[in-house]
Design a protein around this ligand. Sequence first.
Ligand SMILES: [Zn+2]
Length: 446
Amino acid sequence: MWLNRLMWTAYQAYHLRGQCQIPFKSLDAIKRTQARRVQSMVSHAYRTVPYYRETMDRLNLIPSDFLCAEDLAKLPLLERDQLQRDPEYFVSTAEPLNRYLMLRSGGSTGTPCTVYHDTAALFQNAAHGERERSIIATLVGRSLGYRETVIGARLSTAQEVQELCLKRAFFPPGIRIRRQYLYLLDPPEKIIPQLNEFQPDVIHSTFGSYLEILFPFLYNTGGPFHRPKVITFSSTGLSDSVRRLISQTFGIPVLSTYQAVEAFKIGFECRKGLGLHLNIDLYPVRIININGETVCAGESGDVVVSNLVNRATVLLNYRLGDIACMQQDPCPCGRSLPLLSFPQGRSDDLIHLASGQIVHPQFVRLIFTNEDEIWQYQIVQESTTHFRVAVVAAKSCNCPETRGRLLAKFASIFGLDTKVDISFIDFIDRTAGKFRTVISMYQRSQ
Ligand SMILES: [Zn+2]
């Protein structure tokens, strides 16, 4: 047991070396590492994962057909509901199931599924986190032993992973990050005293939408609040207005990360704020159109990721359910890792127009993009010509004027015949499974 812990400690230390520099290496060097990982993961998948063995045999593919990340598109697109229906079909038989850490994905997606992770992947992930932690550490002013509050589900993924790592390796006090875990369904009145007592350097919210509850509450009540040096959140669910409230009014830098239970460290934001740097050596990403074809940089589409780290549940060419586009220009921060635009919505319904046309929910979200005094909103489409909109606004908001502006924007997009009921309310129920901004009752009744 003791020897085992020593081994994992050494393993993590080995993978930690040079992590901060990898984003700055040349793109060619990063792609060479990526290609090596692709070859190794495809061989592993073919040897030990029933889904890949059967699929590749059926398509007359062998591991040597996969030399670089682009070759992963030869595999069929893997959908979340396939994983949901039969999780074990995608798990490697290299180790017995009970040796893996089982994690559930769900939350914003509305389609929970099970993903197994092997211990080596968890320690590697902890090391890969150094790429984004080095940016956080600069803001905090120290790289070791700072305090972080994680606001997430009752037993969050981060907590499960950290507990397992603590059990299996040595982390001397003073080196490891001290963490406090708070529950995102608790109201701000309960969360704030705990934050004030713990005095975190960093607050990480696993759902950006919780920050939409917390910061408007702090702003409106003006009570005592320990200000962290940086706030991080998982990439979706924070409105532009609340992001500005945090960074400009509260003066706290905000950084997003791109992570999923299916792929832990897809990308991270640097201080330039132009998008997410993709860890393509670990999680190659491509963007596809409606026909499944890879699109050019600048064109938005579905995000498809391959996980080259986790050897338990192997996910290659997997549709995450986010919409984003690759950025054309390199980031001025000097990192070579390519930039992805901030992903849009995982779970929102599509909007049906009276003409029969279907539009992406981002279409209606744009109505709210520049509304600085709207903290939260939810749009329910009752029929092709009827919307109900619930709005949570700042105290200072001039409601009749805002209502007039919103109605005019709706009319310009959906036509004058469209009925829009706007109500200003105190808060939107974001309890489990309801992290939706756009809900189409029309789509659900079809
Ligand atoms: Zn950058």
